[in-house]
Design a protein around this ligand. Sequence first.
Ligand SMILES: N[C@@H](CCC(=O)N[C@@H](CS)C(=O)NCC(=O)O)C(=O)O
Length: 228
Amino acid sequence: MIEMWELQGEGDRRYSNFSWRTRMALRHKGLAVQLRPVRLTDKAAIAFSGGTTVPVIRDGDMVVRDSWAIAEYLEQRYPDRPSLFGGPSGQALARFVNDWVDRTVLASAFPAFSWHALALQDDEDRAYFSGLIERLTGQAPDALSGQQPRYLERLARAVDPARATLKRQAFLGGAAPSYADYALFSVYQWGRILGAPDVLAGAAPLKDWFERLLDLHDGHARATPAAW
Ligand SMILES: N[C@@H](CCC(=O)N[C@@H](CS)C(=O)NCC(=O)O)C(=O)O
């Protein structure tokens, strides 16, 4: 069975947005997984990966870290299972979507949502995470909370291309979900778990798409402890 390391906060909130991409990818492939929750500062638990971030998977002798690298590994290792990309050109476009989410969508969602995660941390992890937020955004969490409306507005503008696409098709992947869907989904699933404002309430067609993703794979994503 594949093992997967992901973050765990108070109330068993599994809040790592990158890990949700991997969780959904594993379910999409129909692969059984043993989840290994870790605290943010417990770098010893994932030292075997050679890195300091999750997700990490171990599949037999193979250790893979970085959510995109994991998706490519799963596609190549399990070609007979449902495809995450739908072929090489789908894979190339999913890579674009993954980079767009990381560089453009998260550039607004991280300052808007991340400080909500502080409430899920013990003292040691909270101090570490505050430092991480400040390093990544240049601002202290308190300052960010006051600017949330501005970042939420930026987030809505950033995802406008997805809104336009999802008016015409059920998933970014077309009629069926692809890894591109999981990349964008991970951002809203993160906000949902952290208890950030429900930015999708009333925001069709993104809201309908998000509900479809929550229902996928026997409602796997919906079943996790979350605030919305
Ligand atoms: N590019 C990496 C980013 C992974 C990442 O930043 N993970 C976060 C959790 S969502 C993490 O483990 N952060 C811990 C830290 O920075 O110390 C991926 O796609 O897996």
